[in-house]
Design a protein around this ligand. Structure first.
Ligand SMILES: O=C(O)CCC(=O)C(=O)O
Ligand SMILES: [Fe+2]
Length: 328
């Protein structure tokens, strides 16, 4: 997978029929144009969003999934997780889980992470995860320590916070050969491990060992090109993907770019489980909806999170985890 446009390998030109993924991506992407009497480009108006699947509304391709069968196991796991990292998730019977027709193994949990908890995760993403020994996109450009204390140093003239695009946790993925380094991984954050293990168990994908994660930092109107995540040796285990900040239009495509992708609206606090067929499908972020900063971020009432929330206006964060190696 590729996180910044700068890192994207040039794509061979394909006609529209072969690359319908790209065609749909262009529809939703933020475009700019420079009117004749202006010097600065202006944003084009929003495209028609009526085809975007919104998990907050009903849609013929969505169906609700009942997880109650796993209740006993999840109760104990949840108690354990709450103790070790204070994840304050709703009880399982309140989880609203959706499946998507045609994508066996794909699940979407709506509003799993309450606004209060979202502040915690956004703070971790911005203040902690980019610090060494974790690796960020800044390392290749500015050296090993470039990701250190980005938040504390945000007001310094040479602050690099705005250039942060991704950080990798656990087993380090090397973008050039597109492989994982098998050497001793960097310690995986226990809070992300608890949350994603719990989600995987609750949705029937346990045991799950999150061994690598990517945190993506999207700027205003940002996007991520369509890609496959197929570098993991274990592909039967899902990618667990969590959204924070502005809404985004995610495209879930097929096994090739010739299959038309479905646009999905991802919202802050929602969790997506890309398992089964969807684990092998092209996907990406066509657009961050920067005008839709959620209320609890736009008008944060909590003193300690006000600065963080003001930074998050127009932005989006995503944490996604992978089990890299086959076990048992
Ligand atoms: O930001 C997202 O929701 C998608 C991220 C993604 O696909 C990736 O990092 O591989
Ligand atoms: Fe991906």
């Amino acid at each position: 997978m590729l996180t910044t446009q700068a890192m994207m390998a040039p794509q061979p030109t394909q006609d529209a029929e072969e690359n319908v993924y790209r065609v749909v991506e262009r529809i939703y992407k933020q475009h700019y144009y420079t009117p004749p009497n202006r010097t600065k480009p202006v944003a084009m108006p929003l495209p028609d969003l009526s085809k975007v699947v919104d998990f907050e509304a009903s849609h013929p391709n969505l169906f609700e999934i009942d997880l109650k069968e796993n209740q006993h196991y999840i109760d104990s796991l949840q108690a354990y997780n709450r103790e070790c990292s204070g994840l304050d998730l709703p009880p399982l019977e309140q989880w609203r889980v959706y499946g998507l027709k045609g994508y066996d193994g794909f699940m979407y949990i709506r509003r799993l992470i309450a606004p209060e908890q979202q502040y915690y995760w956004m703070e971790r993403c911005i203040k902690d995860y980019p610090n060494p020994p974790n690796i960020t996109n800044l390392k290749a450009l500015y050296g090993d320590d470039a990701g250190t204390d980005l938040w504390l140093r945000r007001k310094e003239p040479d602050s690099m916070l705005n250039k942060l695009a991704w950080c990798t946790l656990g087993y380090q993925y090397d973008w050039t050969p597109r492989k994982y380094h098998k050497q001793q991984p960097v310690a995986f954050p226990p809070d992300i491990a608890s949350l994603t293990t719990l989600v995987a168990h609750a949705t029937g994908s346990g045991p799950y060992l999150p061994e690598a994660a990517i945190v993506n930092y999207y700027k205003k109107d940002g996007n991520m090109g369509g890609h496959l995540d197929n570098a993991e040796y274990e592909m039967k285990k899902p990618i667990v993907s969590i959204s924070f900040g502005c809404d985004a239009i995610f495209l879930l495509g097929g096994e090739t770019r010739a299959i038309e992708p479905i646009p999905l609206l991802l919202r802050s606090g929602d969790v997506m489980i890309m398992g089964g067929r969807s684990r092998y499908c092209y996907h990406g972020i066509a657009r961050v909806m920067s005008d839709n900063t959620p209320e609890h971020i736009k008008h944060c009432e909590q003193e300690e999170y006000k600065d963080l929330c003001s930074y998050m206006k127009g932005r989006r964060l995503n944490i996604n985890t992978r089990q890299v190696f086959e076990r048992e």
